[in-house]
Design a binder for this molecule. Structure first.
Ligand code: NAD
Length: 384
């Protein structure tokens, strides 16, 4: 079934979703308020790095069912389903900043010209969808149904994750709107869970918190393994064959980063705090993760006998994980900052994330390299 869809926010989530829904034969208008992004997209470029996205976007444009614009009102008027995929970055308190999504919801309300489904893909605290609905109702008399449609894609494999999702969660108060959303997603999977809106919002946070817990758990096991002479990769393999545990998210390392796990775990602690619940387990997960970043520094200090100043350390990899240019909350930011503060000469390399990293970190104090081997040449240590 072809549908007319407007996707508001063409970042990692919105752009991938829009391109994939166009591939399924829907007519999709992707909207962003950043004219620079829209210009790049209209010129056939892609403002982010995501494998396979450029080709799929080109196919959508060639087929005539994928367009990009800054005109939110026009896109809303031409569409029956509006998907919100704007950012919900963390506030200093850890809570999600809802300013962007509230602004977008009001703009949508002002453009309404008949019944529409408003589906929220952005990760938002429990109760937000209801509040957005009230906000919109204060501005429009047109009918609409709000849907919580949490997103689970992973950067680096976002297209595969979108076209072959493990599940689709539809949080709805209206049966018919839920049915429409289920029809839209049925070409992707039969595993569609329809639930109330608050449960859908919670499923997203609970899923990310659980995955973060797995990562911190295996990192603590790794730290103990190093002390008792066990090999954590073998331990993880042995654990992972247990179908109750599963093999994923058991790779020990420098901990999670990126634009989701750090912010969503902190936001869930805040959500719990607001109802007077102290989420002790998650607090430890976050603490373990933050400390894990400094493990690599402690190792270097041990190797160099405490003499860090003047040593040369190469860093391979600046994004928070491979196959993405997203450096938001990347452990490399803290690690390199710490090394530079200790007067270590840092040489850094990343095949795709260098520009984004420099935009956050600044260009000073680090030798930026454009070749992995050149970065490592002459270094006292290489951090991966
Ligand atoms: P992003 O920062 O990459 O993109 C957000 C886009 O929204 C930006 O391009 C911005 O210009 C645009 N925008 C903001 N306000 C707007 C407005 N009023 N009108 C039009 N465009 C507007 O963010 P993202 O990484 O795609 O994440 C979006 C949401 O999805 C967040 O809530 C995030 O937590 C959630 N999420 C992200 C991922 C991920 O891997 N990145 C995965 C699952 C869920």
């Amino acid at each position: 079934m072809d549908m007319n869809i407007a996707v508001i926010g063409t970042g990692y989530v919105g752009l991938v979703s829009g391109v994939c829904f166009a591939k399924l034969g829907n007519r999709v208008i992707c909207v962003d308020k950043d004219p620079g992004k829209i210009d790049v997209l209209n010129a056939g470029g892609i403002p982010i790095y995501e494998p396979g996205l450029r080709e799929l976007a080109a196919a959508g444009r060639a087929a005539g069912n994928l367009t990009f614009t800054t005109d939110l009102s026009g896109a809303v008027r031409q569409s029956d389903i509006i998907m919100l995929a704007v950012g919900t970055p963390p506030l200093p308190s850890g809570e999600a900043n809802l300013a962007f999504i509230e602004e977008a919801a009001l703009e949508i309300a002002d453009a309404m010209n008949g019944y529409k489904i408003i589906a929220v893909k952005s990760t938002v605290p429990v109760g937000t969808n209801e509040r957005l609905g009230e906000l919109m109702r204060s501005r429009t008399n047109e009918r609409f149904d709000g849907i919580s449609l949490p997103e689970f894609l992973r950067e680096g494999s976002a297209i595969r994750d979108t076209l072959h999702p493990d599940r689709i969660i539809i949080g709805a108060a209206s049966r018919s709107a839920a049915d429409t959303m289920a029809r839209l997603h049925r070409p992707l999977t039969e595993r569609i869970v329809v639930t109330d809106i608050r449960s859908a919002e919670m499923i997203k946070y609970a899923s990310n918190a659980f995955l973060a817990t797995k990562i911190s758990f295996i990192n603590e096991i790794a730290n103990i393994c190093e002390k008792v002479g066990a090999d954590v990769t073998k331990v993880a393999e042995g654990m992972g064959y247990d179908s109750r545990i599963g093999p994923s998210f058991l790779r020990a390392g420098i901990g999670y980063g990126g634009s989701c796990f750090p912010k969503d775990t902190r936001a869930l602690m805040q959500i719990a705090g607001h109802v007077d619940y102290d989420f002790k387990l998650l607090r430890s997960v976050v603490e373990v993760n933050q400390d894990q970043r400094y493990n690599v520094i402690r190792k270097l200090e041990t190797i160099f006998g405490g003499e860090m100043a003047g040593k040369t350390v190469a860093v391979w990899g600046l994004a928070f994980k491979p196959n993405t240019d997203d450096v938001r909350d990347s452990p490399a930011l803290d690690i390199i900052r710490h090394l530079v503060d200790q007067q270590v000469k840092v040489r850094a390399y990343d095949p795709i994330a260098l520009g984004n990293f420099q935009a956050l970190f600044g260009k000073e104090g680090v030798a930026w390299c454009d070749d992995a081997m050149e970065t490592a040449r002459g270094a006292d240590a290489v951090c991966l």
